[in-house]
Design a binder for this molecule. Sequence first.
Ligand code: RAM
Length: 552
Amino acid sequence: MSSFKSIHYFIALTICSVAVSITQVCAQDVYAAYRKDWLKKAEEFKPVLQETIKKPIGIVRMEKDASAFQGWKAVSAGGMDQLYNSSFNKKNSGIVVDFGEHLTGYCTITLKTRRSDMDAPLRLKLTFGEVPAELMTPFDPYPGGLSRAWLQDETITVTVLPATITIPRRVAFRYLKIDWLGSSSNFEFGIADISFKASTSVTVTPSALSASTSPVIKDIDRVGLNTLKECMQTVYEDGPKRDRRLWIGDTYLESLANNYSFHNDKLTKRCLYMLAGLANDDGLLNADVFEYPEPHAQKTDLLDYCFLYNVALKEYVAATGDKQTGLDLWPVAKKQLDIARKYALPDGMMDYEKANREWWVFFDWKDGLDKQAPLQGITIFTLNQTYELAKLLGKESEVADLPAFAKKLKDAAHKNLYDKSSGLFVSGKDKQISYGSQAWMILSGVASKPEAQRALKALPGVSNAVKPGAPYMYHYYIAALIASGLDAEAKQAMIDYWGGMIKKGADTFWEVYDPNDDFKSPYGFFPVNSYCHAWSCTPVYFIRKYPEIFQR
Ligand code: RAM
């Protein structure tokens, strides 16, 4: 080989091997060095569940009532003796037992022979419901979009009495309906006892609110605490009935409320490490993860939740001073910024169309919501919050471009999305006006304080303004009212919305709530909605963080 040729050969080989290693780098797991340690830490901080044995408080009769939530209400109909002292058969099939509060855990039922000999198996159906209508609406034929098996009806067949049976499935409920499905007419049996092992990882009783707090705010706080307590299991679950898993958006709001109530910092830490440990190889996060059989991610690319991880981490470090966790997880926060960099156009607007094609851009369960302005807002908010996190960790130099980057997006938003004549922010081609757009334009600081006040005051008068579909979006609306200094309006909005759920009988707050549509469901069937839902607990955060607004 001539020396000329051999140089060529060498160059070609080098290019080739560089190319190979670039491909390898690209395909490599960016967190390879940390992942194991993160998951180990998540495991270390797994809380021990607090278990309490609960008993039903009585029998209720479900009555149809057009003015009740979803058309059904529970009316007290006697003590448990009524059930325990009689035979169970076709005649009392469908009896409903009330535990008096929302519980999460395992149900045990004891059955005994009351007359003669059991000469055939008996079969019962137990249906656990969070709200009355859930028990009174036939589940089949099932019209819902999610698995039918989320609905909590369990059939048991018993061949020998006496028997004490624990339903293997964990349930979340307040009411239990017992249906008789079959038994021999040659004998009689009865229900001798029902008990429930309730679990939560909450160990603390939060401080009482100030004596001057109005009864309605006290009620909202109490129901919010119950909601949060039920969702705090070995992770921050989104809902103990459904989906029973760790979602970033829910975790963010739960951890905010936790900071002002149950102070279970280790649970927050566990969840942050677990989400990091289960991120994709490119470093971007999955929106939700499962704990069992071992922690693993559900592959879900939900853009807004990747951003909110950074905010949750910042809030955690700010609340606890735990810099070590912040430093461990800083690479994850830094990495999520890639999303902002990828979709920011030269003019400072986020490429919403492209982002929306490539990601699930969520923000709310609300059909027709235009998400251009919310996306622009949450991006700026995330850049600002991540910079705050960097400051807490002494890492500003690694993200020195953030303030200028955020300003560019902010100026572009003001230029393109603010309608000076109406004083409102618009979103998308049709210039949609929504609560979500105003909220995110305010939380991002795009709106000045006077502009924010003007927009929020004008909003209720805009007849076609798109309203929040779920308490999740309502959180950001309340946060925007507070950020704008509209304290009285924030308090009133909370009373109207969360207080509205209480008026309709809520003992835990719901996943979706539309004051004008009790049957609203993102899943095509309202019984599969979650009626104890994490993202609905945030009044706890507002009430306790801002006593001057809510406790006076
Ligand atoms: C619901 C989940 C969860 C939420 C996602 C986006 O289905 O229950 O609360 O984070 O949607």
